[in-house]
Design a protein. Structure first.
Length: 168
């Protein structure tokens, strides 16, 4: 049996509010650090403020600088979340045997699934581009997963499950 291995890494879009929050927290951290050196009577308050805003900026950067990595090996799709290019967390594992359908988000193949009340999980780039290259996957009837896979990944999955995977 030949095992096929495909790896795909996509960067999720950072929201404008998160970018603004990072700038504000970093600016406040710099102001508090300068206040530590320039205002000796307020040194303790400025140090605590610098510490709080610095830690806040670190965690905001960690949770908003996201990449999703899709790994396909032996009829199994693994989704990992890479946070700030330093931490990796396994998000989900999907078996190709349990997938109902995988098709582009705007595909006519998904017409029968549109009115379903399924729990939606978004592991895609997070924005609609032209043309839209995101895919929707319905898994075991209860989950709708949005992905942004590469063409190579779709091709390999289509070879394994041609009646479940569509590329239109």
């Amino acid at each position: 049996m030949s095992d096929t291995y495909v790896e795909c890494l996509v960067k999720a879009k950072t929201s404008g509010l998160a970018k603004f929050g990072k700038v504000v927290l970093i600016t406040l951290t710099v102001i508090f650090v300068l206040a530590v050196f320039l205002l000796p009577p307020l040194m303790m308050f400025a140090f605590i403020g610098a510490l709080i805003t610095g830690v806040g900026a670190y965690f905001l950067n960690l949770f908003t600088d996201l990449e999703y990595e899709y790994l396909y090996l032996d009829k199994e799709l693994v989704v990992d979340k890479v946070m700030a290019k330093s931490k990796r967390k396994r998000v989900a594992t999907y078996h190709l045997d349990r997938i109902e359908i995988l098709a582009p988000v705007k595909s006519y193949h998904l017409d029968n699934y549109r009115n379903r009340n399924a729990k939606q999980k978004d592991y895609s780039i997070g924005e609609v581009l032209q043309p839209d290259r995101r895919y929707a996957m319905y898994y075991e009837g209860g989950e709708k997963i949005l992905l942004s896979p590469s063409e190579e990944l779709i091709k390999v999955m289509k070879n394994v499950a041609p009646r479940k995977v569509y590329s239109d």
